[in-house]
Design a protein around this ligand. Structure first.
Ligand SMILES: NC(=O)c1ccc[n+]([C@@H]2O[C@H](COP(=O)([O-])OP(=O)(O)OC[C@H]3O[C@@H](n4cnc5c(N)ncnc54)[C@H](O)[C@@H]3O)[C@@H](O)[C@H]2O)c1
Length: 324
């Protein structure tokens, strides 16, 4: 297949491109390097089946710059949670950028696999979340919700293009992907920040009391779910949770990362009150998916053992830190 990946220099995009190339697909990757890294796609550039385009998904002439013949677009380019600001970019890139991609897909009825997020379930207290669970979003005065709202808008937009223009779309709601290629900052998630703190011999920063839970999914599992969505025509028109069903508090994650880094005893922790953030912040207290639908239709099941995945990821992040 000829596959376009937007956000290819990012964490999921680069890992997906690598795996698709291994499976003999032809991949065109697009990125503007705003949050991605040239190092993530360095090895791919040598593969004649891979083409890189340095482009912005907001580019109004994007359609003229993309390949003529494409079977699928995996739309990953995004701005994430504006914990420290950037609500405007998040809203613009995640809405106008997605519309731009869907408009292009419409011209040739190209299948679109859209990356959504577990964040759209918001503060819904009823876990595990299944795909038809309600989204419980907080006040517009709290900037972090702009990410969830932008992705919810995108999901509706994808389904509307599917209904009105017969574009094959699949929506994937990812839950906490981690692994080699992740950003070592908050952009990469708490496990990335804990690893970086250990490498820099700093305390591990816990937001709130650390009792909030998440599920963490190793990148190979995330990629397998994504490839099933690309390949299976029964996935079209559906929304799938893609994640591990193991639920873990952030505090326990800090302890596990510490142990996976072969550190003795307990890690030094620094608790940060939500009120100390720039503007108000509201956290999601529990987050864990029901993946029955993905299991039944995509044949997806996350299998990587967390400790093993964290160990491999730490070794990768350590090698990155040491070559700086
Ligand atoms: N990683 C996760 O755990 C997770 C969880 C839920 C949802 N998601 C979704 O999966 C997708 C990929 O996530 P990721 O973790 O790889 O993120 P990432 O930030 O590592 O990758 C996103 C890429 O998009 C690029 N990009 C941003 N704005 C762009 C623009 N205007 N034009 C072109 N490129 C642009 C960035 O440079 C970056 O390389 C995103 O849509 C994200 O919302 C990820």
């Amino acid at each position: 297949m000829n596959i376009l990946i937007t956000g290819v220099a990012g964490f999921i995009g680069s890992n997906l491109a690598r795996e698709l190339l291994k499976r003999n697909h032809r991949v065109t990757g697009l990125d503007n390097f705003s949050q991605g890294f040239p190092r993530n796609i360095e090895d791919l550039q040598e593969n004649p089946q891979f083409t890189f385009l340095e482009l912005d998904v907001l580019d109004q002439d994007l359609a003229q710059k993309l390949p003529e013949s494409l079977d699928t677009i995996v739309h990953l380019a995004t701005y994430k949670i504006p914990r420290y600001g950037n609500a405007l970019l998040t809203l613009k890139i995640n809405t106008h950028g997605t519309e731009n991609i869907l408009e292009f897909a419409k011209t040739k009825k190209i299948k679109v696999v859209f990356a959504s997020t577990s964040d759209i379930y918001g503060k819904n207290p009823d876990v595990p979340f299944h795909e038809e669970s309600s989204s419980v979003i907080g006040s517009s005065k709290i900037k972090r919700w702009s990410y969830a709202v932008s992705k919810l808008f995108d999901e509706h937009l994808c389904l509307a293009y599917h209904d009105e223009f017969d574009i094959p779309v699949v929506i994937l709601r990812y839950f906490g992907a981690y692994g080699p290629g992740q950003s070592p900052s908050w952009w990469g998630g708490p496990q990335a920040v804990f690893m970086q703190a250990i490498l820099e011999e700093k305390p591990l920063e816990i937001h709130g009391d650390g009792k909030q839970t998440r599920s963490f999914t190793y990148i190979s599992d995330t990629i397998n779910g994504t490839i099933a969505a690309i390949e299976k025509s029964v996935a079209v028109g559906q929304i799938f949770n893609i994640g591990s069903t193991g639920e873990l508090s952030i505090l326990d994650l800090a302890l596990k990362v510490w142990a996976c880094a072969n550190k003795p005893g307990e890690p030094p922790l620094e608790f940060k009150d939500y009120n100390s953030f720039n503007g108000k912040y509201e956290d999601v207290m529990r987050r864990v998916p029901d993946v029955t639908l993905a299991e039944n239709i995509l044949g997806f099941k996350a299998t990587k053992i967390l400790e093993e995945g964290l160990r491999e990821t730490f070794l990768w992040q350590k090698s990155l830190y040491q070559t700086k």
